[in-house]
Design a protein around this ligand. Structure first.
Ligand SMILES: [Zn+2]
Length: 368
């Protein structure tokens, strides 16, 4: 684990759940031994998803029909992400934890890649839904949200994301590691407990593939890196900058798709979380927590639903793609959501009713 000045060294403890899935605890400094045994009678899952390439667009699609039985908004006392306490057994056997990561019981993608990796039948290219889906619990506190975490705990989550990225990237057949959080029932979150997810994907995601093509074009025409130029231009222009530290800058992108959308880049370009240096790691928690808290202040009381997405370079494309985080909400006003309707869902063409400059101004106004 990367050494830190913000936290004590991170202790990583690997356990195995009753059905063979891995559970990993991350603790900051000394913690109680994490060795409680999962006593639930669980049958091993037999996931059987498939990935298919859309012959018309070149986009990969995952077909995961077996996930229909997954847990849907259970009452708080049956939360599978709370620690196991008072005779109630959850996904986490320990009585308490700091950060815990485990393999999803209902994964969209699972298992090692088969040989041959992909079969083509004329225009139809498909393969097994290999990879891994993990759940990241940010805290044992069911009622908290990421924005409530201390900088030390946010830093521990960053260490966990980094460790998972390193380990999953090294697995055979994994093309891209995607760490993300969906927050809020409006986004379709099925469990209220503060958590995120990690997908280790057997393909490059469509949005990343488009960015890689743009970066290659930019390199060919200018000789420079697209993301270096993009960040420098936003920092120089300043109108859309939301907040800036010594090592990171957050801005609303020029062509934002969502009413409130912020991209957070480290100033020194790196391909993924594993390449961040100690200073970048130390500064990240305070900036990210501030962004999340500003999102919550945008619409008055209550928690703003959001998606927070880490963009990391896929295998073989580490030279041009830049690690960054994209944070956005589907909320337009206190009582209106943006729905992906005909133009967006039908054509991937977004119509945004808030100008990016106004969104940035508003996000500066709600600073603490
Ligand atoms: Zn819970």
């Amino acid at each position: 684990m990367p050494g830190t000045s913000l936290t004590q060294p991170t202790v990583r403890t690997v356990n195995t759940l009753a059905d063979g899935r891995q559970l990993i605890y991350y603790d900051s400094g000394a913690a109680a031994p994490r060795c409680a045994v999962d006593e639930r009678p669980l049958d091993p899952q037999t996931p059987g998803s498939e990935v298919r390439l859309d012959p018309a667009t070149g986009d990969w699609v995952t077909i995961a029909a077996h996930r229909q039985a997954r847990t849907y908004q259970p009452p708080a006392e049956e939360c599978p992400l709370c620690p196991s306490r008072d005779g109630r057994l959850s996904e986490i056997p320990a009585e308490d934890y700091q950060v815990a990561v485990f393999e999803n019981r209902f994964p969209s993608l699972a298992g090692p890649p088969a040989e041959p990796l992909r079969a083509a039948e004329g225009l139809w290219t498909s393969g097994p839904g290999a990879g891994r889906c993990e759940v990241v619990c940010f805290t044992a506190d069911h009622e908290a949200s990421f924005a409530d975490l201390t900088p030390e705990r946010a830093r521990l989550v960053l260490d966990a994301w980094t460790d998972r990225t390193a380990e999953l990237t090294a697995q055979p057949g994994v093309r891209q590691v995607y760490c993300f959080e969906n927050r809020g029932a409006e986004i379709g979150v099925t469990l209220a407990h503060p958590h995120g997810q990690i997908y280790a994907l057997p393909f490059t995601t469509p949005r990343t593939a488009r960015m890689a093509a743009r970066a290659a074009e930019h390199r060919a025409t200018t000789g420079r890196n697209l993301f270096d130029d993009l960040l420098a231009a936003e920092r120089a222009h300043g109108d859309r900058v939301v907040l800036a530290g010594t090592h990171w800058t957050a801005f609303v992108p020029f062509a934002a798709r969502w009413p409130y959308e912020v991209h957070l880049y480290p100033h020194r370009r790196v391909p993924d979380l594993t390449a961040l240096d100690a200073e970048q790691r130390d500064e990240f928690p305070s900036l990210y927590l501030e962004l999340l808290r500003r999102f919550d202040r945008l619409f008055g009381a209550g928690r703003t639903p959001y998606i927070s997405a880490w963009h990391q370079a896929p295998a073989g494309q580490r030279d041009e793609l830049a690690l960054h985080l994209e944070l956005f909400t589907i909320r337009r006003t206190a009582d209106k959501l943006k729905y992906l309707a005909g133009v967006e869902s039908g054509m991937d063409a977004f119509v945004n009713d808030v100008t990016p400059e106004d969104a940035a101004r508003r996000l500066r106004e709600v600073a603490a």
